[in-house]
Design a protein around this ligand. Structure first.
Ligand SMILES: C[S@@+](CC[C@H](N)C(=O)[O-])C[C@H]1O[C@@H](n2cnc3c(N)ncnc32)[C@H](O)[C@@H]1O
Length: 216
């Protein structure tokens, strides 16, 4: 558990500095550009946003300025930090952190509640299953604005004939329209990952094409 002084209900900054980020959980905390990502999601005040992996809450707080957030987080240390950081702020009653047992809060094994939009800086190693979990979530989400590893993002938007066009591109674009929004240099994350990232907007086709995947 991270240490750090608690001053009048607020958490002193060193609490965050003492958290050891774990590569195995894809913990790269986004410093910038938080506001642009939130704006690209075109959120309404009545929206419920799903944030996958709030980490130490940087993106969460920006989202909470606009609408309600449901945050799904694997690491109990992060759940504690996010919860504490919003206590005593006007956002406090808007945050519903799913603090489940570790296995239960693993996004891929969790039945998600209703949400309108997904905004997230996801753990890169599960980018593909997260994408298809969101695209198969009933009811369909309006859109997902997600920070992915640069190469993964390029595959998502690649067109037939492009060298990066692959099964991931075809399957995703069958189910959704995908737009590359902005590049995010690796030094905008802490600790910096090895590669740059990109923000992508995914809009599920509505209705989805009538494909019986079980028969394929
Ligand atoms: C890239 S960090 C993003 C942190 C924060 N949203 C930000 O932008 O600074 C990914 C977050 O997802 C969490 N995480 C990793 N695997 C997860 C999983 N399977 N289910 C839920 N959360 C997970 C990590 O603990 C971490 O907080």
């Amino acid at each position: 558990m991270a240490g750090g002084k608690e001053v009048k209900g607020k958490i002193a900054p060193q609490r965050f500095q003492e958290i050891q980020f774990q590569k195995s959980k894809g913990q790269h905390i986004l410093k910038n550009p938080l506001l642009s990502i939130v704006q690209e999601a075109g959120l309404k005040s009545t929206d419920i946003v799903l944030e996958i992996g709030p980490g130490t809450r940087n993106l969460t707080m920006k989202l909470l300025e606009v609408c309600k957030v449901i945050a799904v987080e694997l690491d109990p240390r992060m759940v504690l930090e996010v919860t504490r950081r919003v206590q005593g702020t006007p956002c406090a009653n808007k945050l519903q952190v799913w603090m489940l047992a570790v296995i239960q809060c693993y996004i891929l094994k969790t039945e998600l509640p209703y949400f309108d939009v997904c905004v997230a800086n996801v753990p890169y190693m599960i980018s593909s299953p997260i994408t298809f979990k969101l695209l198969s979530h009933p009811p369909l989400v309006r859109c997902a604005v997600i920070l992915f590893q640069e190469e993964f993002a390029q595959h998502l938007v690649a067109q037939p004939g492009d060298s990066l066009f692959c099964r991931l591109s075809a399957n995703t674009q069958l189910l959704a329209r995908v737009f590359h929004l902005l590049k995010v240099g690796k030094n905008n994350l802490r600790p910096p990952p090895k590669v740059d990232s990109s923000v992508v907007r995914i809009e599920p086709r509505n209705p989805l094409p009538p494909i019986n995947f079980i028969c394929i």
